[in-house]
Design a protein around this ligand. Structure first.
Ligand code: NOJ
Length: 534
């Protein structure tokens, strides 16, 4: 059985904000904290009760804030500590929770720890990073090329799993553990309610096993951060690249008091051979994956996180949705995913049913991963082919400004946006969506509302009705005598005979009125409610 704390998390409808691109309140072209505050009522109306705010600490932005120069200060472009205090207050006033993005695996090279560490081999910070006379292995940076850079001052190589401006911290050094505990405590004292933890699996390295992650001291370090009285109440979600049940168990089982949940990424891979090769996947594949994991995690008393999009991928709709049925396919995925049992995470813009934008030149891109990849691809293919891949897989797909309206720059800023807005912003924006009979936004609001108001949809057990490889998905959620049946048909119209699909209709994306109509249209969703004892 899940304990009360974890059960409570099942009721969190979390919205990921990429602050740089959410709303710009001061017209400098960059989203900011005052912009987030202005839009809190918008989020509340959608049914959101918690926000995961992307990195907002002081940073030179080689990796958009995932390179932190000072964990106790706010990035200049985003505002001030006073803005952050106001954000926390305004959120709490609205009964909303704030989850910050903690980046413990690496700092910016501008962080004082690194600036001190590089000075010599025997100063108090000398072991805060991984230094070597010669690279000990051939590990590669996630953004291409070797993971070792030479530092002239110290005359040694250091490890950087990401850009050379993001040196990896050496957690074997007690000062690092203590330093990061202090950072966590600082923000807990400020009143934040939780953390999303960047690449948590990498904070302990397995040099012997030649793996830059899942090292022997990983759980000791996670415990040092979160198994303390001061942090016991927090919600924590770790970014962790594993599909192994045992490993997941070790990270998030409630009895271990490490993390509350993890982001598992298996289901994001459908429709791609690799991140940058355009291809379509099918909803059947998504169903197969979710069906297994949601059920297995429930059986093991583990909290799964439910999500379709984030700031590191192109939009899921591009791969699994249909341009012929944009509203229907977006709402079908929404219902299928978020009526399952788990913690709900949405990414900004998802509520508008976004597909990827398209650009004819690399100049419209900003992300370091995309630019490096483009350069690499151009060595083996034409620039047109390379651009095709970037258009498909670039992280910028989801990092472009939120389209509030069809006005210039999508109403995101009165200045010049830091990155061009979505190429379809004139038709795909909040105002246009709300003005349409087929509003993806309203459907999301209804889904979130159902999660809030029905115990069965929060904590109820999940039972798949459709089998693996089915051309539709169907499942029940049951708590006490309340049973909710979710049916989502996939690409093709068909007749479905589902005995549990009976009772009152709670939600439909086709205006379904007849309960017993077995005919389902393409991407049709129908959600049924009944009392099992009546
Ligand atoms: C994962 C983050 O989600 C990604 O955006 C970032 O580039 C890397 N970690 C490095 O911090």
């Amino acid at each position: 059985m899940l304990n009360e704390k974890h059960k409570n998390f099942l009721g969190w409808n979390i919205y990921q904000i990429y602050p740089r691109s959410f709303f710009d309140a001061n017209g400098d072209g960059i989203g900011d904290l005052p912009g987030v505050i202005e839009k809190l009522d918008y989020l509340k109306e959608l049914g959101i009760n918690a926000v995961w705010l992307g990195p907002c600490f002081k940073s030179p932005n080689f990796d958009n804030g995932y390179d932190v120069a000072d964990y106790r200060d706010i990035m200049d472009e985003f505002g001030t500590m006073a803005d952050m205090r106001r954000l926390i207050d305004e959120m709490h006033k609205r009964d909303m929770k704030l989850i910050l993005d903690l980046v413990p695996n690496h700092t910016s090279y501008e962080h004082t720890w690194f600036q001190e560490s590089r000075k010599s081999r025997d100063n108090p910070y000398s072991n805060y990073y991984y230094w070597f006379d010669t690279p000990p292995n051939d590990w590669e940076s996630m953004f291409g090329g070797t993971a070792y850079a030479f530092d002239e001052t110290r005359g040694q190589y250091y490890l950087h799993s990401y850009t050379p401006q993001q040196p990896d911290l050496n957690w074997n050094e007690p000062g690092v553990v203590k330093g990061m505990q202090d950072v966590v405590d600082f923000w807990v004292d400020m009143g934040v309610d939780g953390f999303r933890i960047d690449v948590i699996d990498q904070i302990s390295k397995d040099f012997e096993g030649n793996r830059n992650c899942f090292g022997p001291r990983l759980h000791e370090f996670i415990q040092a951060l979160f198994s303390r009285e001061k942090t016991a109440h927090l919600f924590t979600v770790g970014e962790c690249w594993t599909g192994e049940l045992d490993e997941i168990h070790r990270h998030i089982h409630q009895d271990r008091q490490e993390l509350s949940t993890l982001f598992q990424f298996g289901h994001l891979n459908y429709g791609r051979e690799d991140k940058f090769t355009p291809a379509k996947g099918s909803l059947t594949q998504l169903w197969n994956c979710m069906r297994y994991w949601v059920k297995t995690m429930e059986e093991q008393d583990l909290l799964i996180s439910l999500f379709t999009d984030n700031h590191d991928n192109g939009w899921m709709l591009e791969r699994l949705g249909s341009k012929e049925y944009p509203y229907e396919s977006a709402t079908c995925i929404a219902a299928m995913m978020y009526l399952m049992r788990g913690v709900c995470f949405m990414y900004q813009g998802q509520e508008l049913g976004m597909f990827n934008p398209h650009y004819d030149t690399i100049k419209e891109f900003d992300d370091i991963e995309s630019l490096n990849m483009y350069r690499q691809l151009c060595e083996t293919m034409s620039s047109v082919q390379a651009l095709d891949k970037i258009n498909f897989g670039s992280r910028d797909n989801t990092r472009r400004p939120f389209c509030w309206s069809g006005q210039e720059n999508g109403g995101f800023t009165t200045g010049k946006p830091w990155i061009p807005v979505h190429s379809d912003y004139k038709s795909c924006n909040l105002e246009a969506d709300l003005g349409s009979e087929k509003s993806v936004w309203r459907f999301y609001r209804d889904v979130l509302h159902l999660r809030k108001t029905h115990t069965a949809l929060r904590v109820g057990s999940f039972e798949p009705l459709a089998l693996r490889d089915a051309s539709y998905c169907a499942y029940t959620r049951t708590a006490g005598d309340e049973q909710i049946t979710v049916v989502c048909n996939f690409e093709k119209a068909q007749e479905l005979d589902i005995p549990d699909a009976c009772g009152e209709i709670l939600l439909s994306n086709y205006g379904r009125k007849k309960k017993n109509d077995k005919k389902y249209e393409p991407y049709e969703v129908a959600v049924f409610w009944r009392k099992t004892n009546g």
